[in-house]
Design a protein around this ligand. Structure first.
Ligand code: GDP
Length: 202
């Protein structure tokens, strides 16, 4: 639909959208490609010079359901001022975007819960925004270590309550794909139906 360098240039704040975030290299493009079966989508965000853009993808023909690819964070080369500006933008987006239904936060299963991951979770939590954490590249670990990482991440997330959940994910093997799809259905479709029911009465 649109690539916006600033939140002010985002599409109209109506309908429903789900945002994807994570450190660069966490596997965000691979996950979006696997999810949508469309390798053009996440490639857009990898075009050099576009990494600091928020990319909006329409899921339905009316643009009322959107996937939002947030720039990967953790680029060492980005100047501090740009980084701080972007962090302010992200915080604002998470806390003020009315159509945002949930955040998918991707973390390499071998390096979960970095400082900025935790900052993102805190921002979302303060805004009452549900978060689904994907422990990506789960195929890189054997079943036992993958499960024990999942359990320890869940334990660390315990204080946030039910709005922050974690699951395993592998874009290459397809692990966790159905769980993620079910969550996206709930976020993008359920509230829509609720709104349809509310609208005529207003
Ligand atoms: P992004 O920077 O977050 O968009 O990350 P990418 O999707 O480009 O992935 C970064 C690297 O991790 C690439 O080399 C991918 O091939 C690899 N990768 C991504 N997902 C998986 C996965 O599920 N399993 C494995 N083994 N590698 C993955």
């Amino acid at each position: 639909m649109k690539s916006a360098p600033k939140l002010a240039q985002c599409p109209e704040d109506s309908g429903a959208e789900v945002a994807f975030a994570g450190r660069s290299n966490a596997g965000k493009s691979s996950a979006i490609n696997r999810l949508t079966g469309n390798s053009k989508m996440a490639k857009t965000s990898k075009t050099p010079g576009r990494t600091q853009l928020i990319n909006f993808f329409s899921v339905d023909e009316h643009d009322g359901m959107r996937l939002v690819d947030l720039p990967g964070y953790g680029f060492a080369k980005v100047p501090l001022k740009v980084k701080q500006e972007w962090e302010r933008n992200l915080e604002y987006y998470l806390q003020h975007r009315q159509s945002l239904r949930g955040l998918v936060l991707l973390m390499d299963i071998r390096h979960p819960l970095t400082d900025f991951d935790t900052t993102m979770i805190n921002w979302a939590h303060e805004a009452g925004m549900p978060v689904r954490i994907l422990l990506t590249k789960a195929d890189k670990l054997k079943r036992g270590p993958a499960m024990s990482t999942l359990l320890s991440v869940r334990k660390a997330l315990d204080p946030y309550g039910a709005l922050v959940e974690a699951q395993l994910f592998s874009a290459t093997r397809g692990d966790g794909l159905e769980d993620l799809q079910e969550q996206l259905d709930v976020w993008l479709l359920t509230r829509f139906e609720d709104e349809d029911e509310i609208t005529p009465a207003e």
